[in-house]
Design a protein around this ligand. Structure first.
Ligand SMILES: *Cc1c(COP(=O)(O)O)cnc(C)c1O
Length: 497
């Protein structure tokens, strides 16, 4: 049993030992066996450097760049590096690009939507056009900012939106059109050139979400991969985002949002002087924020350099091709798309092979993949975000995949009770009482008493979610998380002293 506020302080080595103990239950952040959440370069010495840089700036506050000019300088050079990688800077068609360092991709997208919304104060009911394959963070931005989300379908064949459908979705209240380079679910690049041109002609801003692939596509292109134009070289692109904590291999907490010129960025800022405290001006969502992630990102970019990223992209590409071959070679599996960036995504072609059971079989063998649910005519699938650290593991994965498929076939698909499926089909979020949710959670092994520990088998959970209507999926997810997030109290603590 752990507790955060002991009656008297605990020695440093014991505290660190406790933390190491807790970390032991986590998925492995290094070693090339986790295909989501983490991005591992496997470059020797890089972690140590990034951690030391992080520590140097952990207490620096981004609230006021005049108080901590080191942070301002670091942010300016990070923004410059991202801008140059994405086709901007002196002597280019986008010489006036400016930007901000944010805490992550979601924050970058929220700010892109906010800037677009606030630049059009005359629009009383602002709308945002995004393909369904656009990141969920756009929906979150729309929800937080009171903007209506207009989703454009993606074709089950190309996994991309049709430019004509994007054009048709734009109306007088559309403040922003967004697309992905590439989309997170499938790793395919949207027809950015066409979409950006449609937006330009309509007089609407266009944001390219390159949070996932913005740091690899330029390098893949240099390696000969046919990468279509997607960045600030396209005149219709008014803003673009790239996460440094993904393929720039920086520790968590850094993304970049770029605008084509300072005028486009103006409405992103928030300033307030109407109170008796310090005058406040924030470019991003947080006010106080640590310099740690920014310093760590700077150290990572400097240590790897352009040549380092090219090498890492080459390793990643080798891994992607190897994994894709492994998947294609297994009877009953099919690539959803020929990989064109750093994602390998596959589905099943045989009802006797349950993908969610397969994901569990892979987990049992130490491979942590990301199952994605079926949505709007797009099949359930398994997603692999591939990083440089995976390259030496490809052969091992191929062998384990074949075994896992054989075992998943013999185990057979998850069968939920017919009456449960029937209930799910007609369920609405309002019908989900706390008792009902608790019962379902217990039935699935999501026991709050075992908080922090996922159930051994996720297939029943995924099957249930997959069978539920979207609004019920969302409500169940929120309820399940709410069951896990319960405070840990100390038995002997006295309140309020
Ligand atoms: C990861 C990702 C995001 C969200 O980024 P976070 O850093 O998780 O907030 C947005 N868009 C794309 C394409 C992504 O891959």
């Amino acid at each position: 049993m752990i507790e955060a506020l002991p009656p008297v302080g605990v020695p440093a080595d014991k505290v660190l030992a406790e933390l190491r103990d807790l970390r032991a239950a986590d998925l492995p952040t290094h070693g090339g066996r986790l295909f989501a959440y983490v991005y591992d370069s496997a470059v020797p010495g890089l972690d140590e450097l990034a951690n030391a840089a992080y520590a140097l700036a952990a207490h620096v506050n981004g609230l006021d760049p005049t108080a901590f000019p080191s942070l301002l300088a670091l942010e300016n050079v990070l923004v410059g590096a991202a801008a140059q990688l994405l086709g901007a800077g002196p002597g280019t068609a986008a010489p006036e690009v400016v930007g901000s360092v944010t805490g992550g991709g979601t924050e970058s997208l929220i700010l892109a939507v906010k800037a677009a919304r606030d630049a059009r104060p005359e629009v009383t009911r602002p709308r945002l056009v995004v393909p369904t394959s656009g990141h969920a963070a756009f929906a979150k931005a729309a929800h937080y900012l009171g903007v209506t989300l207009d989703q454009v379908p993606v074709s089950a064949r190309t996994l991309r939106p049709e430019p004509g459908d994007v054009a048709a979705a734009i109306g007088p209240e559309t403040v922003l059109v967004a697309c992905s380079a590439p989309s997170y679910p499938y790793g395919v690049v949207d027809p950015v050139a066409e979409i950006a041109e449609i937006a330009r002609v309509a007089g609407v801003r266009c944001h390219v979400d390159a949070c996932f692939g913005g740091w690899t596509l330029p390098y893949l292109r240099r390696l000969g991969v046919p990468v279509p134009p997607f960045d600030l070289r396209l005149p219709g692109v008014t803003s673009i985002s790239v996460d440094l904590h993904k393929y720039a291999y920086a520790p968590k907490g850094v993304s970049i949002l770029l605008h084509r010129d300072p005028e486009l960025r103006r409405s992103q800022y928030f300033a307030f002087a109407g109170w008796p405290g310090y005058t406040m001006v924030n470019p991003v969502l947080s006010s106080t924020r640590s310099g740690g992630p920014v310093a760590a990102a700077y150290a990572t970019l400097r240590y790897l350099g352009d040549a380092g990223y090219l090498t890492l992209a080459e390793r990643t590409l080798t891994a992607v091709r190897g994994l894709a071959d492994a998947v294609s070679g297994v009877d009953g599996l099919r690539l959803l798309a020929e990989p064109e960036s750093t994602v390998v995504c596959f589905t099943g072609t045989d009802p006797g092979l349950d993908l969610f059971v397969l994901a569990d079989e892979l987990t049992r063998r130490g491979w942590h993949t990301q199952p994605q649910l079926s949505y709007a005519g797009l099949p359930a699938n398994i997603h692999l975000s591939v990083t440089a650290s995976v390259a030496p593991r490809v052969a091992e994965f191929g062998a384990d995949l074949r075994e896992a498929v054989a075992d998943a076939r013999s185990a057979g698909p998850v069968e939920l009770p017919a009456e449960l499926l029937e209930t799910l089909g007609v369920l609405t979020p309002e019908l989900l009482t706390p008792e009902l949710v608790a019962g379902v959670a217990a039935g699935l092994g999501l026991d709050p008493a075992a908080a922090g520990r996922p159930p051994e088998r996720m297939a029943p959970v995924n099957t249930l979610l997959d069978a539920a209507p979207i609004a019920v999926r969302e409500r169940l997810l929120a309820e399940f998380l709410g069951l896990l997030q319960r405070p840990g109290y100390r038995a002997d603590a006295r309140p309020g002293c």
